[in-house]
Ligand binder design. Structure first.
Ligand code: R5P
Length: 311
């Protein structure tokens, strides 16, 4: 296709390759390597002058390396004369730090927005931001796709009966409501308290899960603490079966072992972050590539993205 190039960072190459094959545009050859001191070196091997560039790079663990690589890729194509730089960051790390909750804390999500914009991005496409309003941190267009419809299709195909959609915290109620509306199911809410970073406890469960299939939906599974607490809580309150749906598989520390050992029947992720290849069949990966590919084609052809958004 004329005037378009897809450039992949190293954080999620399988997703970039899937997108490339759906868009029918090969990935542009790029050299990405580390200097001895850990600094990144990037060089796009063919001209980008006047081209519509799509850089695909999730800001996923190792988060700081992925972010720096993204910024340097943007800079390299900006200095190479690209006409438009579209950043596809299916998972945008640092989004959870979106407000001050104590004195002298940063708002890192805003800082990242400034960095991506100053580097030269003209447009950002993301999946399931931690909070919808992070879009407003950017003064460039942000296309914010929501994964709940991909989860809904998976769950509807399974023809599950008597479902309740559970939000593992109050912040996720909107997300749970969207899925519940799509499935025609009620919701339940867990009141989560965080005593310190990366540690959470359940305070209350609001709603009825007894005898039901509880579908717990979250944006991120990081340490797995929140979700495993939620699984235990709904089980203790009488849920018959538990399925976990989470957009971004950050999976730090012993998250995989904890999820594997949990009573959840399935743990369903989107492929916004590259999943380890060694996971058991308890883990399911659903792809975002068709939606992203369609969006890339529509952006390139100056067509509306509205048909791709499900609210
Ligand atoms: C927090 O508000 C998020 O929505 C996730 O629930 C949280 O980031 C998950 O973290 P962890 O897996 O470490 O409990």
């Amino acid at each position: 296709m004329f005037g378009i190039q897809l450039i992949s960072g190293t954080s999620n190459k399988p997703l970039s390759e899937e997108i490339s094959s759906l868009v029918n545009v090969p990935l542009t050859s790029v050299i990405i390597k580390n200097f001895a001191d850990g600094e990144k070196y990037v060089r796009v091997e063919s001209t980008v002058r006047g081209e519509n560039i799509f850089i695909i790079q999730s800001v996923s663990p190792p988060v700081n390396d992925s972010l720096m690589e993204l910024l340097i890729l943007i800079d390299s194509v900006k200095r190479g004369g690209a006409s438009q730089i579209n950043v596809i960051a299916p998972y945008l790390g640092y989004s959870r730090q979106d407000r001050k909750s104590k004195s002298r804390e940063p708002i890192s999500a805003k800082l990242i927005a400034n960095m991506i914009t100053s580097a030269g991005a003209n447009r950002l496409l993301v999946y399931d931001l931690h909070a919808d309003q992070i879009q407003g941190f950017y003064d460039i267009p942000v296309d914010h796709f929501l994964g709940f419809s991909i989860f809904a299709k998976y769950l509807l195909d399974k023809k599950l009966k008597n479902i309740v959609v559970v939000s593992p915290d109050v912040g996720g109620v909107k997300r749970a409501n969207r899925l519940a509306d799509h499935m025609g199911a009620p919701i339940a809410i867990i009141d989560k308290i965080r005593s310190k970073h990366n540690q959470s406890d359940v305070a209350h469960l609001v709603g009825d899960v007894k005898g039901k299939t509880a579908v717990i939906i979250d944006d991120i599974i990081d340490t797995g603490g929140s979700i495993c607490n939620a699984v235990n809580e709904v089980k203790n309150k009488g849920a018959k079966k538990v399925i976990i749906c989470a957009s971004h598989a950050v999976l730090s520390g012993s998250a995989i072992t904890n999820l594997q050992q949990s009573v959840a029947k399935k743990i369903v992720f989107l492929n916004t972050i590259k999943l380890p290849s060694t996971l058991s069949n308890k883990f399911v990966s659903l792809t975002v590539a068709p939606v992203i590919s369609d969006a890339i084609l529509r952006i390139h052809q100056n067509k509306s993205l509205e048909p791709l958004f499900v609210n």
